[in-house]
Design a protein around this ligand. Structure first.
Ligand code: NSP
Length: 222
C-alpha cells in the first residue's frame, strides 16, 4: 500500500466526521444558514493567505528546480483560483477586504491555531512534512467535491463552492500533491515518516474543526 493510502486510511474516521458535519451537509442540501457560510468565507480568506505562504516555503525547501517551480505554481493557484472564488463570494455576500488582502476582521481561534500548525511545520520540517501538512487541505476538499457533486443546493453560492471542488482542475492539483507525498516518503527515514503521519492527522483534525468553527461562529472568549 502506498504511504498516501496508509495515511488516508488512518485518517478515515476524522474525514468521515467532516463529510457528515452539518456545515458540509448544509452546503450540499442548501440548509446551511448563510451567516455560517459568510463567516467561513471570511475565515477561509485569512486561511488561504497563510496557506499560500506555506506553499511558497515548500517551494524554497524543495531539493530540485522542478519541484520549486511547481510548489510556487501551487501558491499562485491558491490566489488565482481559490482566492478569486472568495472574491466572487465577497461580492455576493457584501464582504470587504482589509489591508492584508483577506476578509477576516479577526481570525478566529481555530483559524489561528490551524495556520500556526502549518507555519510551524513549514519552518521546522522537510518538504515531505510540509506536503503532509497541506495535503488534507487538498485531498479532503476533493473528496467532498466528489461526494457531493450531484447535489443541487438552491443557493447559487453553495452550488459554486461544490462545483469548484468537484472540478477536474482541482483533481489534477490534488493528485500531483499525493504523488509528491509518496515520492518524499520513499526517501524519508522511519522517524520522518512517523512525523509526516502525525502532521497529516493533526491537519485532518483542524479541517474538521474549521467546519465546526464556521458552524458555531467561533470567537475568542475574551
Ligand atoms: C480550511 C481549508 N482547507 C482546505 C481548503 C481547500 N484548499 C480551503 N479552502 N480551506
Amino acid at each position: 500500500m502506498k504511504f498516501s493510502e496508509q495515511l488516508r486510511k488512518k485518517a478515515d474516521s476524522i474525514w468521515n466526521a467532516s463529510f457528515e458535519h452539518p456545515f458540509v451537509r448544509g452546503v450540499a442540501d442548501g440548509s446551511l444558514p448563510i451567516e455560517c457560510f459568510t463567516y467561513y468565507v471570511q475565515q477561509d480568506s485569512f486561511y488561504l493567505s497563510r496557506f499560500a505562504q506555506v506553499q511558497a516555503i515548500g517551494a524554497a525547501k524543495a531539493l530540485d528546480f522542478h519541484t520549486t517551480s511547481q510548489m510556487a505554481f501551487h501558491a499562485k493557484s491558491t490566489f488565482d483560483a481559490e482566492h478569486m472564488l472568495h472574491e466572487g463570494f465577497a461580492k455576493d455576500l457584501g464582504l470587504e477586504k482589509n489591508s492584508e488582502g483577506h476578509m477576516a476582521e479577526e481570525p478566529a481561534p481555530t483559524a489561528v491555531a490551524y495556520t500556526n500548525h502549518l507555519f510551524s511545520v513549514a519552518y521546522k520540517g522537510s518538504l515531505g512534512e510540509v506536503i503532509a501538512a497541506i495535503l488534507p487541505c487538498y485531498w479532503l476538499y476533493w473528496e467532498i467535491g466528489e461526494k457531493y457533486k450531484g447535489s443541487t443546493p438552491e443557493h447559487p453560492v453553495y452550488q459554486k463552492w461544490i462545483d469548484t471542488y468537484g472540478d477536474e482542475w482541482f483533481a489534477t492539483l490534488v493528485k500531483e500533491q499525493i504523488n509528491r507525498l509518496d515520492d518524499c516518503a520513499k526517501k524519508a527515514s522511519a522517524e520522518e515518516k512517523q512525523r509526516m503521519e502525525s502532521i497529516f492527522i493533526t491537519s485532518s483534525r483542524y479541517e474538521y474543526m474549521f467546519w465546526e468553527m464556521s458552524y458555531t461562529l467561533e470567537k475568542w472568549p475574551v
